[in-house]
Ligand binder design. Structure first.
Ligand code: BGC
Length: 385
């Protein structure tokens, strides 16, 4: 698929610039980001993808602000519009979310229509139905990303509609975190996923920083206790889901900067990443999502190669980060676009064509991958990258 031949984006700086452009060009007028501009099923804005995109723009706007006719940095304007979009989506659903909070607190079954979807159309509409929408990591990640934005851009006081959305989202997460839901890959809706709990934990932490009057200590302690009791593999790594002796690359969510469940160098995190690297590094680099992945054959994810590189910068392993970054750069297409995954080293290639028939070619460019690229480039800034 993607090759570097004749790519005008061979140098880091031009790929950096192209990443900014891909993201900003594909933000919609309402503030949502299309996950991928040319894949029909990805013409939506996900809380999860958008949280990482806005986080990357917040960091990038600080380090590499580029002139914008109205604001200080185009990246910050973009992140602001995304955060306002999320707040709007959440506030519009205030009554439904309150019903969910009250059901969860009474121990009643949740009603799907009253929960948050993973993705929305830019104008705010949900659907079409039939997508595994009930995912709890996205709203947690939004709070995590918003806290970074508010801190870096020194927004004080917060707009009142943001306050309302922050508080409601955090109360919603604190009420429903025990409920099985689809994971960050939109799979296995009947399980409790440790990556999802990690994102919720970070979101609650972030909510407290955003609004110091909030206190979710009890929920956070319960989540941590629950993970340590039910969320470890027999060999002592974080498990993909409760009761499963497998890791998943989405467990990198456990060491999010600022508000994460674990410090990047926590022995539990180091053990988890060591197993991810042992089992999920694809031949010739790139990272598989998990060993049972069949989506587009379960190829090597460029997104995950970059995520691992970003993690490596947090533990000071810059050489490894550079190696992983170089692999990702080598998988930019001739236009500098970075895909979700690439179709080499597939775990089961018999599934590849089936997915191409359903969804078209692998998503490329994927805005979330470009965001991860920006994060790694920023982390290596000034380090003679
Ligand atoms: C991934 C999700 C992602 C979505 C949009 C799906 O294939 O599994 O993690 O949010 O694409 O990029």
């Amino acid at each position: 698929m993607t090759t570097l031949t004749n790519s005008p984006y061979l140098t880091l700086d031009s790929l950096h610039h192209h990443s900014q452009k891909v993201i900003l060009d594909n933000q919609q007028s309402g503030g949502g980001y299309l996950a991928c501009p040319n894949m029909p099923d990805y013409q939506f804005s996900w809380f999860r993808d958008g949280a990482f995109i806005s986080y990357a723009l917040t960091v990038d706007g600080y380090n590499f602000p580029f002139h914008h006719p109205v604001g200080l940095a185009a990246q910050w304007d973009s992140a602001l519009n995304f955060h306002a979009w999320c707040a709007r989506i959440i506030n519009e659903r205030a009554e439904a979310l309150e019903r969910t909070i009250s059901r969860a607190q009474k121990g009643e079954a949740l009603v799907l229509e009253d929960t948050l979807n993973a993705r929305y159309q830019d104008a705010g509409a949900a659907g079409p139905q039939g997508w595994p929408e009930f995912q709890l990591d996205g709203p947690g990640l939004w709070l995590w990303s918003l806290a970074k934005y508010v801190k870096v851009c020194r927004i004080d006081p917060l707009p009142s509609d943001w306050e309302a959305a922050i508080e409601r989202t955090a109360r919603y997460l604190a009420a429903v975190w025990r409920t099985p839901c689809y994971d960050a890959w939109e799979e296995r809706g009947d399980a409790v996923h440790i990556s999802t709990l990690s994102a919720i934990y970070a979101g609650l932490n972030a909510a407290e920083r955003l609004l110091p009057r909030l206190d979710f200590t009890q929920s956070r302690e319960q989540i941590m206790k629950f993970i340590l009791k039910n969320g470890l593999t027999p060999s002592g790594e974080l498990a993909k889901s409760v009761g499963v002796d497998m890791v998943d690359a989405n467990l990198l969510l456990a060491a999010l900067p600022d508000d994460g469940l674990l410090a990047p160098d926590d022995p539990l995190m180091l053990r988890t990443v060591a197993r991810i690297e042992r089992e999920l590094l694809a031949q010739g680099h790139g990272v598989h999502r998990h060993l049972e992945d069949t989506y587009y054959g379960g190829g090597a994810w460029v997104l995950l190669g970059l995520w691992l590189a970003w993690y490596k910068t947090h533990i000071g392993d810059y050489d490894r980060a550079r190696e992983l970054l170089a692999w990702a750069e080598a998988h930019a297409d001739a236009g500098g676009n970075l895909p979700e995954q690439c179709n080499h080293a597939m775990l089961d290639s018999s599934y590849y064509e089936g997915w191409v028939k359903i969804r078209g070619e692998i998503a490329n460019p994927l805005l979330w991958t470009h965001a991860k690229y920006l994060l790694v480039a920023n982390a290596l800034k000034g380090l003679n990258r």
